[in-house]
Ligand binder design. Structure first.
Ligand code: LMR
Length: 415
């Protein structure tokens, strides 16, 4: 009998996870994993943050902790701590009771719950994301009911910097009530954030055009090593009086990738609307996954609400951020030492986990095939995949790739 499933077509692989798998399975001694955005220490190993380990041991020994269901919108202690980490504990929106959080399945879950809410309850259908952006943004919004996807210009491949005029022009042409997806800090994949003056201009144009800001904050603390500095843009929009939502991930800054700890912060301009909005969010979560998991949220909540643990965690963040910064410097220095064609200043000017190297697809593929160096075909590298013992190998490989395949050979160079 023919299967009911016979017409199901094979879907394409997810590039970032495919690269990660290819790396894991590659027996080569010199292989380097620069694909998935996850922190690696000086030895190239994943790092369980000591404060997380400490908290997990404490929790394992605590006989009073149960595995009962959490409320649909999550652990209150966690959502309150996460919201105040984003907005600042003294933010007037919090004291006025018009800002709150919903626990979500990491940042992606926050994007999904937020987008579905905006679509279902405010009737929004049009959204704008940067070119380029994290490859999952488009899919999450479309799956949430958004029917008009658009992109705004962001990266200028010629200058390897932000295309600010293009960005503003595209915002100006967006219809009212479009949702504008903005990276709160450490833009993925380019590592280039707008300056404060540029954010002010973005806010002006969005206010004039009645556009709705949806921030994605996956790297708070990772960009500069400073939680407050990395939240500047979101806090600025709140101060300007915008109503907004922000999906927060604790995957990177707590190293809790597989625990799916996230928060959707929602800021309204009227505290009396919090109850109805929360009630509708409850039904969205109920219909999607019913209620969130507790473990990671407890870890984060306990660390954020204990001064000593919080300070320890901030030290861990600084350790991670400064290691990334120093590897950027080493990579640039090695490329210059080898007289590698081109200018490599953008590597140190970009921030966060990623560098958008400017390597073409052909050059990137060559690094994978010839050198066992795994990166995305867009040329994005996870900088903390580098350490003092592999950075020279990468620089030599890049030098070879750009010498062998000058950028003009790449079809994208002609775009
Ligand atoms: C990345 O951009 O590498 C990470 O956010 C992992 C992912 O899910 O794509």
């Amino acid at each position: 009998m023919a299967s009911r499933f016979q017409d199901v077509q094979q879907g394409p692989p997810i590039e970032v996870f495919q690269m990660n798998k290819m790396f894991t399975e590659d027996p080569d001694q010199n292989k380097i994993n620069l694909s998935v955005g996850a922190y690696r220490d000086e030895q190239g190993k994943p790092w369980v943050l000591p404060v997380v380990r400490k908290m997990e041991k404490q929790m394992a020994a605590d006989e009073t902790l149960l595995h009962e269901y959490l409320p649909v919108l999550g652990l209150d202690q966690f959502t309150a701590a996460a919201t105040s980490m984003l907005l600042g504990a003294d933010n007037p929106a919090i004291s006025a009771g018009r800002a709150f959080g919903v626990q979500t399945l990491s940042g992606t879950g926050g994007l999904r719950v937020g987008a579905e809410f905006l679509n279902k309850h405010l009737g929004y259908t049009s959204f704008y994301y940067s070119t380029p952006t994290w490859e999952n943004h488009h899919l999450v919004f479309v799956n949430s009911g958004f029917t008009s996807p658009h992109s705004y210009r962001y990266w200028n491949p010629k200058t390897r910097a932000i295309d600010f005029d293009g960005f503003i022009e595209d915002l100006r042409s967006a219809p009212a009530n479009s949702v504008i997806l903005l990276h709160a800090c450490a833009h993925n994949p380019t590592g280039i954030d707008p300056t404060h003056e540029q954010w002010e201009k973005i806010a002006d144009v969005m206010e004039e055009g009645k556009l709705f800001p949806f921030f994605d904050s996956a790297y708070q603390g990772f960009a500069s090593g400073d939680l407050d500095r990395d939240a500047w843009a979101v806090r600025y929009f709140v101060k300007r009086g915008f109503e907004l939502v922000c999906a927060q991930s604790f995957a990177k800054n707590f190293g809790l990738y597989n625990e799916r700890v996230g928060n959707l912060t929602i800021v309204l301009n009227d505290a009396s609307l919090v109850a109805p909005v929360k009630s509708q969010l409850t039904w969205i979560v109920r219909g999607m996954y019913s209620n969130p998991p507790a473990h990671g949220a407890r870890v984060v909540a306990n660390v954020l609400s204990d001064k000593m643990l919080f300070d320890l965690w901030r030290e861990h963040i600084r350790t991670m951020a400064s290691r990334v910064i120093s590897m950027r410097e080493s990579l640039r220095a090695e490329l210059i030492k080898l007289n590698t064609p081109g200018n490599w200043d953008h590597i140190v000017n970009q921030i966060g986990l990623f560098s958008y190297t400017g390597l073409t697809q052909k050059q990137s593929e060559y690094l994978v095939q010839q050198y066992h160096i795994y990166l995305l075909k867009s040329g994005r590298i996870n900088v903390c995949g580098l350490n003092p013992s592999n950075v020279q190998y990468l620089a030599r490989a890049i030098n070879d790739a750009v010498s062998k395949f000058p950028a003009e050979d790449d079809p994208r160079a002609k775009l």
